[in-house]
Design a protein around this ligand. Structure first.
Ligand SMILES: *Cc1c(COP(=O)(O)O)cnc(C)c1O
Length: 581
């Protein structure tokens, strides 16, 4: 369980706090297709969902009056099984909804194509550090009144085909707006976390069209209520639906046409719809904001760099340490800048404790024998081609040689490939192959079924966090932010957040590339591999093994410079000033 534990039934109320006395008034409605609230609720697939969970956790801590809306996936994302050869197979991730969520009585009706689907809701309640509560609504079509097919509509996260996906986005966007209204919420600002939620603009337009006649005036009104965060740095990544499918499924939503929602070929583009219906738009890191601005020159696109929820992603040994030297750090993570005063030996013993926790869990779960004395690299995130999990294997002999000189290397991997992502699955198999090839000098472990539980262990317990996305595809990246909360420096491509977080040699190290790697060549991958070896050989391993004092100084800077900034408390304060108000 996460420590920000939930209580299924809203119970607490704080006298004298107007925000809690009027539970129906919520300044912000945060819509997200996925959300990582608790390791036992499989409603997320990766960074987007974990960010959503961290966002509402910080909102609860800060007392920001928010309500979140997502879908109820009874089969979750999926459970990953890996054969001894690294072949991934998938099973539904069944979970006991009633154990975590409280059913709400209201239902609303939503048109999906020619049919009407009844939508219910369940509530999860997040309680912040000072007792403030935020409801998270899970929309559910698995109701007796619906046809068997419609009952499955909210069954799986990112499952099915584009028909299934667009149906889900209709439930989320239109159903979410109607459910909030039916539950009596009044909302000042609707926040779309990625384009999946963009149809909420149409839901709002419908409601406004009762009193506002002119179409441009309806769009203006919708825009005045909506903000949008885009997460995708390349055109191919945006959520699009072909004209026939969109025309069919959205046939009962003629107001979709008042927005500039369509590509030149007539496809429904959810990013365009969200852009057209929002008064403020941002990317999730400075560079990503710039890249998005070039893609969509007709709109002004700002940037608010992502963060992580500090309390959640700081391991127990570092929580205790921070509490002694930086009291109040979890309510105000910016104070972690003061971590520079912590004595080096105490940083080291907290790290050793976190590393032992990880290695014990790994050794037990996959039957390995990893040693705490060996330098350990972590690489855990969705298994997909652009993240290049295998780029460290571009020269196997070189890697073996480095490990020999420095008393061995351990690399801990984890990550699920989307069931249809063959390239991602191939990378997992390749890592398994390397496992055999590189023994005994390099010990490679692939931990199956990556989730928030393993995320917390791995990002806290390795010695170095490796990040090798192909530029500019990593809009932000967040797992290196989790690592720095535990004093773990990153070795990373200069993309996403690392462009802002890297002070080379001080908070971690930058991987060098010869040219813009967006041209996808093998040479670039080789050069990145070379840069990993150079960094390990010339900078990182000599420091780790030969100058422990200086190594710990880097660890402290990772905390004081990066954890103090790359957290969702800072991020939400920026959203409040730049976006919500
Ligand atoms: C943090 C996290 C991610 C995101 O990792 P990136 O480095 O941003 O790709 C994905 N999955 C889980 C389980 C996580 O905890």
């Amino acid at each position: 369980m996460l420590t920000m534990s939930s209580s299924a039934k809203p119970s607490l109320s704080i006298d004298g706090d107007i925000r809690v006395k009027e539970p129906g008034h919520r300044k912000i409605a945060y819509f997200s297709m996925e959300i990582g609230l608790d390791e036992n609720i499989p409603a997320y697939s990766g960074g987007l969902g974990v960010l959503a969970g961290d966002t509402v956790r910080s909102a609860a801590d800060l007392g920001l009056p928010m309500v979140a809306v997502t879908l109820l996936y009874r089969k979750g994302y999926f459970q990953q099984h890996l054969s001894p050869e690294g072949v991934q197979s998938e099973e539904p991730a069944h979970w006991q909804v009633e154990n975590f969520l409280a059913p709400l009585k209201k239902t609303v009706q939503v048109a999906v194509g020619p049919r009407t689907v009844e939508v219910g809701a369940w509530q999860y309640t997040i309680t912040g550090q000072s007792g403030f509560q935020i409801p998270v609504l899970f929309l559910d079509t698995d109701l007796d009144v619906n046809t068997p097919i419609d009952r499955q509509l909210t069954g799986m996260l990112y499952g099915g085909d584009s028909h299934y996906r667009l149906s889900q986005e209709i439930i989320l966007g239109i159903g979410g707006v109607r459910m909030l209204q039916s539950l009596g919420y009044t909302i000042d600002c609707y926040h779309m976390n990625e384009g999946h939620a963009a149809l909420l603009t149409v839901g709002l337009a419908e409601r406004l069209s009762v009193s506002v006649r002119r179409k441009p005036a309806i769009v203006d009104k919708v825009r005045s209520k909506c903000v949008f965060t885009t997460h995708t740095p390349v055109p191919a990544g945006h959520d699009r639906f072909d004209p026939a499918l969109a025309g069919d499924l959205c046939q009962q939503y003629p107001l979709l046409n008042i927005f500039k929602a369509f590509d030149e070929d007539g496809s429904l583009n959810m990013t365009r719809l969200a852009l057209s219906g929002s008064r403020y738009v941002n990317g999730v890191a400075k560079r990503h904001g710039e890249v998005s601005q070039v893609m969509f020159p007709d709109y002004k696109i700002g940037a608010i760099t992502n963060g992580v929820h500090s309390q959640t992603w700081t391991s127990e040994p570092f929580r205790q340490l921070f509490s002694r030297y930086v009291p109040g750090w979890s309510e105000e993570p910016s104070t972690l800048r003061h971590a520079l005063v912590i004595p080096p030996e105490e940083i080291w013993s907290a790290h050793v404790a976190a590393k032992n926790n990880l290695l014990a869990a790994v050794n037990q779960s996959v039957g390995a024998q990893l040693s705490p004395d060996i330098f350990t690299i972590g690489f855990a995130r969705r298994a997909t081609a652009y993240k290049r999990a295998d780029v460290i294997f571009s020269d196997i002999e070189r890697l073996r040689q480095i490990a020999k000189v420095y008393g061995g290397l351990q690399v801990i991997y984890a990550g699920k490939a989307h069931p249809k992502d063959e390239a991602g699955k191939h990378i997992i198999r390749r890592i398994f192959e390397m496992k055999q090839t590189l023994q005994p000098e390099v010990q490679i472990i692939y931990v199956p079924n990556y989730d928030i539980h393993w995320g917390r262990l791995i990002t806290a317990g390795v010695d170095l966090w490796l990040n090798t996305p192909r530029r500019p595809l990593e809009a932000s990246g967040t797992s290196g932010m989790k690592a720095c909360h535990n004093g773990i420096p990153s070795l990373s491509i200069l993309d996403g957040w690392w462009l802002e977080g890297c002070v080379d040699g001080t908070t971690g190290w930058a991987l060098l590339e010869p040219k813009d790697s967006s041209d996808d060549s093998k040479d670039v991958d080789l050069a990145v591999g070379e840069s990993i070896y150079e960094s390990l050989e010339k900078k990182i391993l000599p420091l780790y093994h030969g100058d422990r004092e200086r190594w710990i100084w880097v660890m402290k800077n990772a905390i004081a410079i990066n954890a103090a900034f790359f957290n969702t408390h800072r991020m939400l304060e920026q959203y409040t000033l730049k976006s919500y108000l």
